[in-house]
Design a protein around this ligand. Structure first.
Ligand SMILES: [Zn+2]
Length: 218
């Protein structure tokens, strides 16, 4: 089984993706994390990605993305299903996932989209921090009280990602809307799109994903 999960920033897609990957024994393929890991490497590619995402706060270009994506894909055993998070996020990346794509060679069984109103995305994301060592996601008011605490899970320093400031969030939400529309339309037309309301609690959203996946298989 191969599943794609999409959604705007702050929709909770990361949390849902982890829960699903665990439940179905899928390889968790998170492009954001994969790119951040490569950005730590002392290679030409690593430095390029570091500069793009950590310093400029931009998305990597298509060629770079493609290189990292297929390298990671080639490292995943063919018999193991994959849960793709945040990819394909535009028409260029969608080409990798189409059935005639010889590079991919995997059939997508379902594409889940978690919807969340913009106002709520911004509200959620401005409270999000991550720890420096392990990227544990911490929400102010829930996991930590304020900015100056250490990570309760590992004790390392916490910070706000450069792309989690309100201005950046707005820009990225706009890009998300525009770029993922053709992706969503494509999977809807294939009859494998699962649309989910991201506003309820984590457990409720998880349950509604499971219910809709089950229906899709009937
Ligand atoms: Zn931590």
């Amino acid at each position: 089984m191969n599943i794609i999960i999409l959604g705007p920033q702050g929709s909770g897609k990361g949390t849902q993706a982890k829960m699903l990957a665990e439940k179905f024994g899928l390889e968790y393929f998170e492009m954001g994390k994969i790119l951040r890991d490569v950005a730590k490497e002392n290679t030409h590619l690593g430095k390029l990605i570091h500069e793009t995402i950590n310093i400029k706060g931009l998305l990597v270009d298509n060629d770079t993305f493609r290189e990292v994506f297929f390298k990671k894909l080639s490292e995943t055993p063919e018999e193991k299903g994959i849960l793709f998070e945040g990819v394909p996020r535009n028409e260029y990346q969608l080409e990798f996932f189409k059935e005639d794509s010889t590079e991919m060679n995997r059939k997508i069984d379902a594409t889940i989209v978690i919807n969340l109103p913009e106002k709520e995305s911004i509200e959620r994301l401005s409270k999000r921090r991550v720890c420096k060592e392990n990227e544990h996601v911490l929400i102010i008011g829930k996991d930590i009280k304020g900015e100056n605490e250490k990570c309760p899970k590992c004790g390392s320093e916490i910070h706000q990602r450069i792309d989690d400031t309100p201005a950046r969030i707005k820009t990225r939400l706009g890009i998300y809307e525009k770029n993922t529309k053709p992706v969503i339309d494509y999977f809807r037309q294939k009859g494998i799109l699962v649309e989910i309301d991201g506003r309820p609690s984590i457990e409720e959203v998880h349950q509604s994903i499971l219910n809709k996946l089950k229906k899709l298989n009937e």
